[in-house]
Design a protein. Structure first.
Length: 616
C-alpha cells in the first residue's frame, strides 16, 4: 500500500511539474521573441540581428512584455489534457506570426503595421517578389521553440494528457493581475485625473514603433485595435485643435514678397511624373563610365533641382506620395489614407487649378483597387482617372506595364485633355526587387553587383530614365513640351529602404552606395523657358511640392497658404522637413518655439483628414 501511495504521489508531482513547464515554456519563448523583434528593428540593418541591443532597448519595459503575454497564455488554464496543448500551440503560432510579420513590415516601411492593413489585400497582387525579399535568414530563431516544445510534449505525453482539471482560480489570477498592472497608469490619468503619475508618457505616444518598444509587439497590437476602433468614429475638430492649427499657419506662412520665380510657368500644362523608388543618391553618378540617369542629370542642369526632399510617406507608401503632392497633407499615422478615408475633401492641387481653367487627369499603370487609388484620387478632385484597364498591357516588367509601353500610351491621353491641363503620371518598372530583364541591362556591371539588388536598382532606374527621355521627346513631337512644366520626383526611397543589407554585403562597394541616414528623393522641375538651371540645397519634404508648383504657375498664395501644411520651396528662409516618425531635420533655421509647434503637425493632419476638415 505504501509503495502504491508513493507511485500516486510521484505521478501527481510529475503531472503538476509538467503542467507548470507546459505553461511557463511558451510564456518565456514568446517573451524572448519580443526581445528578438527589438533586436532586429534596433539594428541599423533590420535584416541582421543583435540580441544585446534588443534587450537593452526593451529592458525598462520587460514587465509590460510579460503582462501582455501572460494574458494570452492564461487562457490555456481553462482547458485540460490535449485541448490545453492545442491551445498553447495555436496561440504561440498566432503570436509568432504577428511578430514575424511586424519584423518584415518594419524592414519595408520602418514602422510596425496597423490592423488596418487587412483592408488592403488588393495590394498583394504582383507583390510576391517584394514580400519574399523582406524575410531574413535569421528569422528562423522565431520558430526554434516549436520543435523543442513538440519534442517535450511527445516525451511527456503520458503525463500531460492526464491533465484532467481546469485551473480556474489560477486562470483568474494570471488573467486579472496583468490587466490591473497594465491599467494602473490609464486609471490614474483618466479616472483619478492624476496627470503626474510615473511613466505616463508610455500611454501618450503617437509612434507605433515606440508603442511596440514599450509594450512589446503584442501589446502594440492590443492598443492598435483599440485605437482603430476609437478612430473609426467621426472626429470633431475641437477649439483646441483649431488654435493649434492657426498657430501652425502663423509660423509657416513667412509673408515674404514674391520673387522672380512667381508665375514663371504661368498658364502652362503641369505634368507630374512620380518615379517608383527613385532616390537622390543616383543622380549625377556613373558606373563603368556610364551615367545611371543621364536624362535626369541633364534636366537637373537645365531646370530647378531639389536634392534634399525628405521622404514623408507612411503606411500607404506610394499612395501617400500621391496624397501629399496633391493635397500638401501628411498621410495618416495608421493605415492607408486612401483606404480609410477615400472620400475626404481637400483644397487640392487639381481643385485649385480647376479655378484657373485647368482640366485634370490621373494616369496610373496600377489597377484602381491598388491602394484604392481610384476612389482616393477622384475624391482629391481629378476629373479623370485612367488605370491599368485603360492600357494595352503589351509588355509586362515586374509589377506591371513597362515604363516604355506606359509612356507611349500616356501621350495620346494627354492630347485628348482640354488645355491647360494637369496630369499625374506614375512609373512602375523600378519597383523592388529590381529584377529587370537582361535585355534591358545596359550598364555592364561586374557579376557581383549585377546579381545584387543594388545592381538591379541601377539598371532599373537606368531603364526608367531612358523612358522618361523618350516621353519628353514624344511630348515635344506633339507640341506639348514647350507648353508644359515637367515635375519629377521619387515616391519614396528604394534600395536603401528595403535592401540595405545587400548593399553592405558587397565586397567592393563605393562610399556613395551606402545609406547616409537621410531618406531623400530628388525633385526636378523642368520648363523649356527656364534659361538657367539652379540647384536648391535647402531641406524640404514631399508636402512642399504642391505650394512650390502653384507658385511657379502664378496662383495667388491666398488660394492655398492657409490650407496646405507644406511651404513654397522657391520663396522661403527655412530649411527643414518633418519625417514620418515626427523627427525634424533642420539646418538651424527653426527656433525652439517653432519646433514645438511643428511637433503637432502629424497629429493635426490626422485629425483634419478624419474630421473631413475641408468639406464645405
Amino acid at each position: 500500500m505504501h509503495s502504491y501511495k508513493n507511485k500516486i504521489t510521484n505521478l501527481f508531482n510529475k503531472n503538476r511539474m509538467n503542467q507548470w513547464i507546459l505553461f511557463i515554456f511558451p510564456l518565456i519563448t514568446i517573451f524572448l521573441k519580443c526581445i528578438f523583434f527589438q533586436g532586429f528593428i534596433t539594428n541599423s540593418n533590420p535584416y541582421n540581428f543583435n540580441f544585446n541591443a534588443g534587450y537593452d532597448y526593451a529592458r525598462p519595459f520587460l514587465n509590460y512584455y510579460l503582462a501582455f503575454i501572460l494574458i494570452f497564455i492564461s487562457f490555456s488554464l481553462l482547458f485540460k489534457g490535449k485541448s490545453r496543448i492545442i491551445y498553447l500551440f495555436v496561440i504561440n503560432i498566432l503570436l509568432t506570426v504577428v511578430i514575424i510579420l511586424d519584423v518584415c513590415y518594419f524592414r519595408g516601411f520602418l514602422t510596425v503595421p496597423s490592423v488596418l492593413i487587412t483592408m488592403q489585400t488588393a495590394n498583394l497582387d504582383n507583390l510576391s517578389g517584394a514580400i519574399y525579399s523582406m524575410f531574413s535568414a535569421f528569422d528562423f530563431i522565431f520558430i526554434i521553440d516549436f520543435f523543442l516544445l513538440g519534442i517535450y510534449v511527445y516525451l511527456t505525453r503520458k503525463y500531460i494528457y492526464k491533465i484532467n482539471k481546469r485551473a480556474i482560480k489560477t486562470f483568474l489570477i494570471t488573467f486579472i493581475a496583468p490587466i490591473l498592472f497594465i491599467a494602473y497608469i490609464p486609471f490614474n490619468i483618466h479616472i483619478l485625473n492624476n496627470k503626474d503619475v510615473k511613466n505616463a508618457y508610455l500611454y501618450d505616444n503617437y509612434d507605433p514603433t515606440n508603442t511596440a518598444r514599450y509594450f512589446s509587439p503584442i501589446g502594440y497590437h492590443v492598443f492598435d485595435l483599440y485605437t482603430v476602433y476609437r478612430d473609426s468614429k467621426p472626429y470633431k475638430f475641437t477649439i483646441e485643435d483649431e488654435n493649434k492649427l492657426n498657430k501652425l499657419f502663423q509660423i509657416k506662412n513667412e509673408n515674404l514678397p514674391n520673387n522672380d520665380y512667381f508665375g514663371i510657368s504661368k498658364g502652362k500644362n503641369l505634368i507630374y511624373i512620380q518615379v517608383e523608388s527613385l532616390e537622390n543618391f543616383v543622380i549625377n553618378k556613373s558606373i563603368n563610365g556610364k551615367e545611371i540617369t543621364p536624362v535626369l542629370n541633364d534636366l537637373t542642369s537645365k531646370g530647378f533641382y531639389f536634392p534634399n526632399i525628405f521622404e514623408q510617406v507612411n503606411e500607404g507608401t506610394s499612395s501617400d506620395c500621391d496624397l501629399m503632392v496633391n493635397t500638401s497633407m501628411f498621410p495618416l499615422r495608421r493605415g492607408s489614407t486612401f483606404f480609410r478615408y477615400p472620400n475626404t475633401a481637400y483644397n487640392s492641387l487639381p481643385n485649385i487649378l480647376e479655378k484657373d481653367g485647368y482640366s485634370s487627369i490621373a494616369i496610373h499603370p496600377d489597377k484602381g483597387s491598388f491602394w484604392n487609388y481610384s476612389a482616393g484620387l477622384k475624391s482629391i478632385g481629378f476629373d479623370k482617372f485612367n488605370d491599368y484597364y485603360s492600357f494595352n498591357a503589351d509588355e509586362i516588367i515586374g509589377m506591371g506595364i513597362s515604363d516604355g509601353s506606359y509612356f507611349k500610351q500616356v501621350v495620346p491621353m494627354l492630347k485628348e485633355q482640354s488645355k491647360p491641363f494637369y496630369a499625374l503620371t506614375v512609373t512602375l518598372t523600378s519597383h523592388g526587387p529590381f529584377d529587370i530583364p537582361k535585355e534591358y541591362r545596359e550598364l555592364n556591371l561586374d557579376p557581383e553587383l549585377d546579381e545584387n539588388e543594388l545592381g538591379g536598382y541601377f539598371e532599373s532606374l537606368h531603364y526608367t530614365d531612358a523612358q522618361i527621355g523618350n516621353f519628353l521627346k514624344l511630348l515635344d513631337s506633339e507640341g506639348l513640351l514647350d507648353n508644359s512644366i515637367i515635375a519629377i520626383m521619387g515616391d519614396h526611397t528604394g534600395v536603401h529602404k528595403y535592401y540595405n543589407d545587400s548593399i553592405e554585403n558587397l565586397s567592393n562597394k563605393e562610399d556613395w552606395y551606402l545609406d547616409t541616414g537621410n531618406p531623400v528623393v530628388p525633385l526636378v522641375v523642368y520648363d523649356t523657358s527656364i534659361k538657367n538651371g539652379q540647384t536648391f540645397d535647402l531641406y524640404g519634404g514631399q508636402i512642399d511640392v504642391m505650394p512650390t508648383l502653384l507658385y511657379m504657375l502664378g496662383i495667388d498664395k491666398k488660394e492655398y497658404e492657409n490650407t496646405v501644411l507644406g511651404r513654397n520651396l522657391l520663396n522661403t528662409k527655412k530649411s527643414f522637413a518633418i519625417l514620418t516618425n515626427g523627427t525634424i531635420r533642420d539646418k538651424d533655421t527653426l527656433s525652439n518655439e517653432e519646433k514645438k509647434v511643428y511637433k503637432n503637425i502629424l497629429d493635426l493632419s490626422d485629425k483634419m483628414i478624419r474630421a473631413n476638415y475641408f468639406k464645405k
